[in-house]
Design a protein around this ligand. Structure first.
Ligand SMILES: [Zn+2]
Length: 337
């Protein structure tokens, strides 16, 4: 059996007094050099990390930062953060006009956009006896031509693509995904780099045509906004059904050809060519149409090849953060380039 021993530090090669003397001399030299060049301790303050969802706030710079500190790194659209914005909406329940969750969705969108520093207003109007409400969040006001980014926040009352169902559509890809991308853009857009006024338009009463709610038509919210514009936006980009994990974004037949080509080129440049496919596949009645009909450049980014469209299975698990991120970063790059 070995005797237990206490651990001792290794003995230096030189004798202790000699080592202390050398160390003292070195310190003196260092202090002298320091005094000569007026060196001061430098406090390195790490840049504030991108604010996390959902308690995000603007990144702040510590007051102890030296004045020459670099600006915080620009924020990039984050798929997981966007997915959380979708999950928050889904937690409210199906958001068809007239449901309690629809009212809660309005409050949620207004709260989030305001928290992220955007100027929020509502556009209230009557649609077939229903008190409809578009929500508009604006930034860079007066800074340049107006760009509208739009998505509908209402969901469909009846999942009529599920045979025999009278249940509402949960509205994950068709509803929550577009709003989620707009809210994440509200968080990350580097507005100082953008010489345009940006409107985030959250449209009501889009998705209950053809019997969704008896007697209702499609795209009533965007129609109301387009019909009541007092300014002419330079462009409108609609995001609808963009969250599907199996993402295929084709050109859409009613969209402006030049802007569509530009957006798809940007996507390809970001490495998304497999998902943004530059050929027309579907021609849609969607929220871009009322603007396009008024001669405004408008594009609908939509993935209509979605097997759970208007079914009870349009649920949160169908949304992929990577899909949200591809669309979000494409739009962000378009605006900030
Ligand atoms: Zn729909």
């Amino acid at each position: 059996m070995k005797a237990a021993r206490h651990w001792l530090p290794p003995i230096p090669a030189r004798s202790a007094p000699a080592a202390w003397s050398s160390l003292f001399q070195a310190l003196l030299v260092l202090l002298a050099v320091c005094w000569l060049v007026s060196c001061r301790p430098t406090v390195i303050v790490p840049a504030a990390p991108p604010s996390a969802h959902p308690t995000a706030a603007s990144p702040t710079i510590s007051p102890t930062s030296p004045p020459t500190a670099a600006a915080p790194a620009p924020l990039l659209f984050d798929g997981d953060s966007a997915h959380q914005f979708a999950a928050d909406q889904m937690a409210l329940g199906p958001r068809w006009p007239g449901s309690p969750a629809h009212l809660r969705a309005r409050a949620y969108i207004i709260e989030q956009a305001a928290r992220l520093g955007w100027q929020v207003e509502t556009q209230n109007f009557d649609y077939q006896g229903f008190a409809a409400q578009n929500i508009l969040a604006r930034a860079n006001i007066g800074r340049g031509p107006i760009i509208i980014l739009g998505a509908h926040y209402d969901t469909r009352r009846v999942a009529d693509q599920t045979p025999g169902s009278q249940e509402p559509v949960p509205g994950a890809v068709d509803g929550a995904s577009g709003v989620a991308v707009l809210l994440e853009l509200a968080r990350v857009l580097n507005l100082e780099q953008i010489d345009q006024e940006i409107w985030l338009a959250f449209f009501d009463v889009e998705d209950n045509g053809s019997g969704g709610i008896p007697g209702w038509d499609w795209i009533a919210g965007s129609r109301y906004m387009a019909d009541n514009l007092t300014v002419t936006p330079a462009a409108v980009v609609i995001l609808d059904m963009i969250g599907d994990a199996d993402q295929q974004l084709y050109y859409e037949g009613n969209s402006d050809a030049a802007l569509q080509a530009e957006l798809w080129r940007i996507a390809a440049g970001l490495g998304y060519a497999d998902f943004f496919i530059p050929t027309i596949r579907h021609t849609m009645i969607d929220d871009h149409l009322p603007f396009a009909r008024r001669g405004i450049v408008a594009v609908d980014i939509i993935d209509f090849d979605y097997p759970y469209w208007h079914t009870v299975d349009d649920t949160l698990d169908k949304i992929s953060p990577a899909s949200l991120e591809r669309v979000g970063r494409t739009v962000q790059t378009w605006l900030e380039q």
